[in-house]
Design a protein around this ligand. Structure first.
Ligand code: GLP
Length: 239
């Protein structure tokens, strides 16, 4: 794990952007694994600025980590909407090349199989990750099997409370999600974790210094041979 500490969110975002530029410049057809949440928004803003300055994302392909069960493209809080609002609508990406699990699927088991099969054909050149305050990655909560592939998750109460800020009330936060599994994440050629703020310090500590344990899913990333963690001083405060 390579750990880079920057002084604030903006510096974390521009440092993270350098990795994306390197990958897209080396391979315009690169496969980017994308994440939602507040952590990567600054990185996406850098990508949008890069596009305005001439960078093209026309040929890139993307796979997102996860989606809420029950939410889809017409819901303001779905992850497909998040991705459109925070990235896709502002760059020249071909929407035929973006992929997310379908939160509105009729048959959840089939959808998990479809997404896992798709991922088998789309190894991420880089997988971007945030980290939950309980150490989750994607929506792989503590206790998830290390060899999990795309699966349906019952969200922990702490995760629903963390994400309540995006909804009008806790009751509106979905109880379940569909997420890429830990194995699917670990298959990426490289991994980039971005985290900022004091509320991530404990999870960041366990991810980097803790034992490799499914009690903190992010700690599994210690086993990846090309994982970069970019954090601010607050998130690094327990290291
Ligand atoms: C959600 C997402 C994760 C994300 C986490 C942290 O649970 N499924 O992918 O990493 O939130 O979000 P934030 O970056 O907003 O703190």
């Amino acid at each position: 794990m390579q750990v880079i500490v920057k002084s604030n969110y903006d510096d974390v975002s521009s440092e993270a952007y350098k990795l994306i530029v390197k990958i897209v410049e080396a391979n315009p057809n690169a496969i980017l694994g994308l994440a939602t949440g507040s952590s990567p928004i600054g990185l996406y803003n850098n990508m949008i600025d890069g596009y305005k300055k001439g960078m093209s994302y026309k040929e890139i392909r993307t796979v997102n980590l996860d989606e809420y069960i029950g939410l889809g493209k017409n819901d303001s809080q779905s992850y497909i909407t998040f991705m459109k609002e925070n990235l896709f609508s502002h760059i020249d990406i071909n929407l035929d090349n973006v992929n997310l699990p379908n939160g509105l699927c009729k048959n959840q088991e089939e959808e998990c199989q479809r997404y896992t099969a798709l991922l088998a054909t789309m190894q991420q050149d880089i997988q971007i990750l945030g980290i939950g305050s309980n150490g989750h990655i994607g929506f792989n909560e503590p206790g998830t099997a290390i060899d999990s592939t795309t699966n349906i998750v019952k969200l922990k109460e702490s995760t629903r409370l963390d994400n309540q800020r995006f909804f009008s009330s806790l009751a509106d936060v979905p109880t379940h999600a569909i997420t890429m599994g830990i194995k699917n994440i670990m298959m990426a050629k490289s991994i980039l974790v971005v985290a900022t703020g004091k509320n991530k310090a404990e999870a960041v500590y366990k991810m980097i210094k803790g034992p490799v344990s499914i009690d903190c899913p992010a700690s599994i990333l210690q086993l990846h041979n090309n994982c970069t963690v970019i954090i601010d001083t607050d998130a690094a405060s327990k290291l």
